[in-house]
Design a protein around this ligand. Structure first.
Ligand code: NAD
Ligand code: DAU
Length: 350
């Protein structure tokens, strides 16, 4: 295995922490530098088990700060970048769109510029950009997103991610920067911040708080266990073709309301409650503005060209996820104290 010096951005976040752990454990000959600003969503507790490893370095910093990014690249000869850092929550983007433009657009372009400037022989390097299926917009009852689906982002979050995707492709086309993109569906699993539907419901069920379901709960998402996404990122990083993009998805569509009922059943069983107890907490609330109806991924390309497919059944993944949250009470209580309380009140008025 040849040595590689890899910068992973956003490694203290939900997906990033699983990617960092996978790379640090699987590739002892690589050096992994994790750059993270540690926003509300970044948490070094997510990476306690890799702290102090000889092939791992954490750097706290802001990718929106151009001078900082330039210095980081001058002081480290990164071979490759796996870029996950972002503002990631749609509801926050509706309230604070500018944060998403700065972080997701300017932050990404700062990294692209640093690679352009510091990678003399670009052919030996890779800028791997992690994106979302939300850039494709919303599906009706039928059909799937393929890599050829035109971009049609609907929320400030997805518009900012689409913009960053366009810049990544533009730097490939214009400057020959070696890039790969992946667009993934909804992830779930350990370390997911409890502003997102699944961990929010787990937390609220535990505390007997209302489960806010937007609109009629009929929106559909395609759920993928986070470790399956991290495995896909590993495979695409090593086997993907420069200039290409790959869709990643769970082939696992769930209506929100059905998913919340399933979660309630699992929680009732785990908490020793009567079946149906937690479902009484379901509360239909005002719909998300511009709420995309349905996302569903056609993952044929990554399956046929890279050999990746999801490994975990959803029910099994949800059980594992619930177990993780119940066994990691301290993590959950820590991240839901302080600023979270204000966020929650602003969002749900409770
Ligand atoms: P997250 O919000 O959990 O983590 C984002 C991380 O980025 C945090 O650790 C945060 O501190 C860091 N960060 C934010 N701004 C930064 C800055 N200016 N400089 C450096 N670090 C900064 O997000 P996530 O859910 O893990 O998503 C990771 C990536 O994957 C994002 O690019 C997101 O768009 C994409 N994605 C997420 C999903 C999903 O279901 N969560 C699905 C597809 C794609
Ligand atoms: O599709 C990939 C995307 O999935 C990622 O790019 C985003 O970073 C990630 O946050 C996620 O976006 P969603 O908006 O789909 O995830 P969220 O968990 O916020 O919502 C899932 C669905 O549940 C969505 O239809 C909105 C609904 N919802 C969400 C919350 C937080 C509710 O009904 N109630 C809620 O309180």
């Amino acid at each position: 295995m040849s040595k590689k010096n890899i910068l992973i951005t956003g490694g203290a976040g939900f997906i990033g922490s699983h990617v960092v752990r996978l790379f640090v454990n699987k590739y002892p000959a690589y050096h992994i530098t994790n750059l993270d600003k540690l926003t509300y969503a970044g948490n070094l507790e997510n990476l306690k088990d890799v702290e102090g490893r000889p092939n791992y370095t954490f750097i706290k910093g802001d990718m929106v700060d151009q001078a900082f990014v330039d210095k980081l690249f001058r002081e480290n000869s990164f071979d490759d970048v796996i870029h996950l850092a972002a503002e990631s929550h749609v509801d926050r983007s509706i309230k604070y769109p500018m944060d998403f433009i700065f972080t997701n657009v300017i932050g990404t372009v700062n990294l692209l510029n640093a690679c352009r400037l510091h990678w003399q022989d670009a052919g030996e390097h890779l800028f791997y950009h992690i994106s979302t299926d939300e850039v494709f917009g919303s599906l009706g009852d039928e059909g799937f997103f393929t890599e050829m689906t035109p971009y049609d982002p609907q929320s400030p979050y997805s518009a900012s991610k689409a913009s960053s995707d366009h810049f990544v492709r533009a730097y490939h086309n214009t400057y020959g920067l070696p890039v790969i993109l992946t667009n993934c569906s909804n992830n779930y699993g350990p370390n997911h911040f409890p502003e997102k539907l699944i961990p929010l419901c787990i937390h609220n069920i535990k505390h007997n708080n209302p489960l806010p379901v937007y609109g009629k709960g009929e929106n559909i998402r395609d759920w993928l266990y986070v470790e399956d996404h991290a495995r896909a990122i590993d495979m695409v990083f090593h086997q993907g073709e420069v200039g290409e993009s790959y869709n990643i998805g769970g082939s696992n569509e769930w209506k929100n309301i059905d998913l919340v009922y399933l979660l309630c059943d699992i929680m009732d069983r785990k908490l020793g409650r009567e079946k149906g107890d937690s479902a009484r907490l379901i509360t239909f609330v005002k719909d998300r503005a511009g709420h995309d109806l349905r996302y569903a991924i056609d993952a044929t390309k990554i399956k046929s060209e890279i050999g990746w497919e999801p490994s975990l059944q959803f029910e099994e993944g949800l059980e594992k996820t619930v177990d993780w949250y119940l066994n990691n009470n301290e993590w959950l209580e820590n991240v839901t104290s302080g600023a979270y309380q204000k966020y929650y009140q602003d969002q749900y008025g409770a």
